[in-house]
Design a protein around this ligand. Sequence first.
Ligand code: SAH
Length: 365
Amino acid sequence: MTKKNLKSLSLLELQDFLASLGMKKYRSNQVYQWLYQKGAVSFDEMTNLSKEERAALNEKAYISSLILVKRQAASDGTEKYLFGLEDGNRIESVLIPDEDRLTLCISTQVGCAMDCKFCLTGKGGLKRNLEGHEIVDQVIAVRKLLSNPPLPPPSPPCQGGEKGEVRGDTGGLRITNIVLMGMGEPLSNYDNTIAALKILLDEKALNFSNRKVTLSTAGLIPQMEMLGKEGITVNLAISLNATTDDVRNKIMPINKKYPIKELVAACKKFPLPKRRRITFEYVMLKDINDTKEDGERLCKLLKGIRCKVNLIPFNEYSGSDFKRPDDETVEKFREILMGHHLMAITRKSKGAEILAACGQLRGSN
Ligand code: SAH
């Protein structure tokens, strides 16, 4: 019999599994806590279980974890992790420090089927979906790496404690935000993404606030509707990236299936909790979608939606067909949006020197 990966089970399924090994119900809470809050990698660590119970678990079950293949740091503090999966496939996660936030960008698929023309991840196509536990394990693995961070350079005493928010109990750095913006399209791996979100948000598991978790999609309308009914209120980001179907069809083939008008209508219908906004991501491509007319069309499209726009100047990579507009063009574009009372920020691209910026992840060195 193959051993059961305990992280592939929900809390209820874990209860049933432990019961099948003759363990009492309350044990499932303890084991769950070991798996997610303490990040245990072996049953021997679970010291509040009896020896017999640990032996039974060793025989019938195992605890999955990712293999860190490579850890790279950029000079702006961004870190990229290359992880190996059980079947030898590889994925990447990126940690982005920003003021008092420490955001982990995680992958939901090995590769991606969306084939967006500007995105490096899309070039290799889709290899497979990640399992729910493979999505969650990225958070657990990085959290573990952070509680033993390399010693920081000495800082002047007056700055001590200012970054207190990001320090975790162990004295290491604490991840404050999670974005599903790494490799893959989360909504085309719907069930596993939802299972992972439930673990990320469960207070008995990873205990992230739903305000600190953002799911980004290229605009899969039926799954957006499903997500709206799921009762999971994470932040929603839409990769819009163009203001006409003509351009969006060319750069994001998914637009042929779910064109802009329908996508915007789905956003209008999306059940946004009070005081939340949808984020629209807009990759700025020189001479493709960066004109004044685009700016004005974007304002018209988004009118009436509680939203903000993240402008992401295109991150170039070797062999990319697109160019990044100059800073002035980006700023002018932003001013058009702001002039129409659309909240817009330009996302500083981080980690580009180690190919850790948006759209640069490909799951290899
Ligand atoms: N598939 C999902 C999740 C990936 S998010 C989605 O499309 O939303 C990755 C974000 O990076 C998307 O907003 C995408 O438009 C953007 N992106 C991709 N390649 C990029 C590049 N080379 N430069 C800047 N942004 C890029």
